[in-house]
Every structure is written in structure tokens, then in C-alpha cells.
Design a protein around this ligand. Sequence first.
Ligand SMILES: NC(=O)c1ccc[n+]([C@@H]2O[C@H](COP(=O)([O-])OP(=O)(O)OC[C@H]3O[C@@H](n4cnc5c(N)ncnc54)[C@H](O)[C@@H]3O)[C@@H](O)[C@H]2O)c1
Length: 254
Amino acid sequence: MGRLAGKVAVITGGASGIGAACSRLFAQEGAKVVIADIQEPTDPALAGAIKANEASFAFIKTDVMKEEDVAAAIALAESRWGRLDATVACAGVSGQGSDVSLSQDEWDTIMAINARGVFFVHKHAIPAMLKSGGGSITNISSAYGMIGAAGFAAYCASKGAVRLLTKSTAIEHAREGIRCNSIHPGVIETPMLHAIYDGTEDPEATRQLFEAQQPSGRTGRPDDIAWGCVYLASDEAAFVNGAELSIDGGIVAG
Ligand SMILES: NC(=O)c1ccc[n+]([C@@H]2O[C@H](COP(=O)([O-])OP(=O)(O)OC[C@H]3O[C@@H](n4cnc5c(N)ncnc54)[C@H](O)[C@@H]3O)[C@@H](O)[C@H]2O)c1
């Protein structure tokens, strides 16, 4: 407890899945949390945490495709709690489709949410963090930001973009006390993954197939990723910058 005491964080995509676990664990560890999401919190555990500790949370409806929305989420952290110490860019969509089947609109939308949305977070969070004496930016990429996958052309491209945007920022702002790292989740049990299961003929068989393919024999849980985000936002990670942290049960090790 208290690993993030006194810190103020903005979490895009913080209403569901991995982002919801981040929102809940950040508050549990003492942070004040702005949940910036296109939808209100849907995750039951997060809803319970908000009810029990309302003073630690603020929600702002945010579409990360829109620069003014992201700017407003950062501004809310500053106006409500006077500073910004950490961001987690978790808002994302999965988006299947190959390089010959994707339409331009599908490509543009996936890139706009998964990659451009992260750029907007950097653009508006860094000036706010500089006023606070530094900060930690954590971006949720994917195992598919490190390895390719058939049928996920735009998704892989967007997550690869996040990986190198992260490293560019890490170098550019290192002397200003800003750290920037990416996390690369494997297969994590969230509404996004369940939608993929549900899109198949036999969701339960698909789930079992996914699990069997995991080196660890199980899929991940949102908290598996969120604890990595807590670490990167904390002072325990003071010398961690430009790193890519795989939390995937071993997928990209093979
Ligand atoms: N679940 C997995 O297996 C997995 C694996 C690797 C990476 N990821 C990444 O983790 C992140 C979180 O995904 P998740 O699995 O928790 O999915 P999720 O669908 O549970 O959560 C995604 C959140 O992003 C929000 N969002 C979507 N579009 C948005 C927009 N335009 N503006 C603001 N918010 C928006 C959604 O409302 C939702 O709350 C994503 O970036 C995803 O690509 C997930």
C-alpha cells in the first residue's frame, strides 16, 4: 500500500479491462486518478472501488482520437489535484483485418485510437509533468507491437508505433525527469478478448484453444498488467526509462 502516495495520474481507457485494473490499483496505492474514457466505468471491481473511495477518482468522457479531449483530461488532473505525475495510455481497440482486406477507414481508425491517441497523451502530459518536476508515462502496446501476426496488420502497426514513440520520448525528455516506458501484454482476459471469443462459432472452445497456446498454460488477468503499470509509475522505477516490459506469460520469449 502507498506505492503511489501523493501522485496524480491520468489513465486513458481507464473504464474497462486493463485500464480499469490500473485505475483501481493506482487508487489503492494512494494515487488520485483521472479516468479518461469514451465510456463510463463498466468494470464491477472498479465501480466498487469508486464507491468506497470517491475522493480518489474523477471521470471525464474522452475520445482519444480528439486532441481537445485528451488536453481536457490532463487539465482536469491539474485543476482538481494541482499536478500530474503519471499517465497510462490504455485506450485501444483490437481491429482485425489483413493488409489486403482493411479499408482505409478501418486502418485510419485503428491508428487514430491506438497510436495517435498516445501521441496526444504525450503532447499534453509532458508540459504538465514538467510543471510538477517530472513524471512517468506508461504506454500499453502489445505483444503484437513486438512480433507480427497474420490478420492484425493495422493493430500490429499501431502497437509498433507506440513502442518506438515511447523510446523517442524516453530519450528526448530523460534529462527533464520524465520517464517513458511501454508494456506489452499477451492474451489478457478483458472485454476486448471476450468479444473476440464471442465472435467465433464456439467461444468456449476458442478460449480453451487460446489457453492451450500460452507458454504459461493460462491467459493473463488485467491485474497482471496493472501491477506493471504501478511499478513503472512508482519511484521504485526511478531509473527505468525507454524499457519495453513484456507481461505475457512468455509469448515473445519463444
Ligand atoms: N486484452 C488483451 O489481450 C490485450 C493484449 C495486448 C494489448 N492490449 C491492449 O490493452 C489496452 C486495453 O485493452 P483491454 O483488453 O483492457 O480492452 P477493453 O476493451 O476492456 O478496454 C479498452 C478501453 O479503451 C476505451 N476506448 C476505446 N476507444 C477509445 C477512444 N477512442 N477514446 C477513449 N477510450 C477508448 C474503451 O472504452 C475501453 O474502456 C488496449 O490498448 C489493447 O490494445 C490488450
